[in-house]
Design a binder for this molecule. Sequence first.
Ligand SMILES: [Mg+2]
Length: 268
Amino acid sequence: MKPMLMEPISSLSEEEACRIRYVLMDIDDTLTTDGKLSAESYAALWKLHEAGLIVVPVTGRPAGWCDLIAREWPVDGVVGENGAFVFWEAEGHRLHTFTHPKAISNADPRLVALRDRVLAEVPSARLARDQFSRLYDVAIDFAEEEPVLPLSAAQKIKSIFERGGAHAKISSIHVNAWLGEYDKLSMAMHYLMERFGYDDAHDAASVVFVGDSPNDEPMFAHFPMACGVANLLAYLDLVAHLPHFVTSHESGAGFAEFTKILLERRSS
Ligand SMILES: [Mg+2]
């Protein structure tokens, strides 16, 4: 096990908090707790939104879910399917979508063949129930429903996809696989630049990303103010780039803790 390098979120300074303009976060096991969006976690999103921060979930969840999130949640956009697209609602409740130019349909026969190989070779692996509302990726469920498979099974699934030439990432519940050249980070950065004038060379400390698992690693590695919720500790061996901060509580309670500290530091 590698040494513990993360700092408690309570060490966030007022100066650091005041520099934050963008709050990005993963959804599963970061906002949600055991599959549910808790009242305190959803309230935290509203508090961030009402404080004037730009709030953008960045998730492996499908296009069908992102339509709802962009329209109904207090957010300024949502990056879905691990970076394949971003949806946002603009004036007049108009839903805008931008799809990554390198996104490839999940009906591509190469990805379909790899999906079938995974289902044949990994006992108890199954297609995620939300697959019907996905456009670009394939999601294999290993922990959203029973039976919960060990992380070693998730790693086997990931390696079958990767050996076949696909990208694959392990979240807390699914292994997501896709063919195009993009990830959560590349699409999140593109969106912040195009929509809000974000300049990565100067503004990286104005972004905080909160996440919990290996598929969040590109975000942890890039943003100096990134924060893990405490359940990230379960994946220490699978994450080479840890975030700068960590909460003391897990999942939704950890996100609420992060929000409370950020907003308190900004108002003092
Ligand atoms: Mg997650």
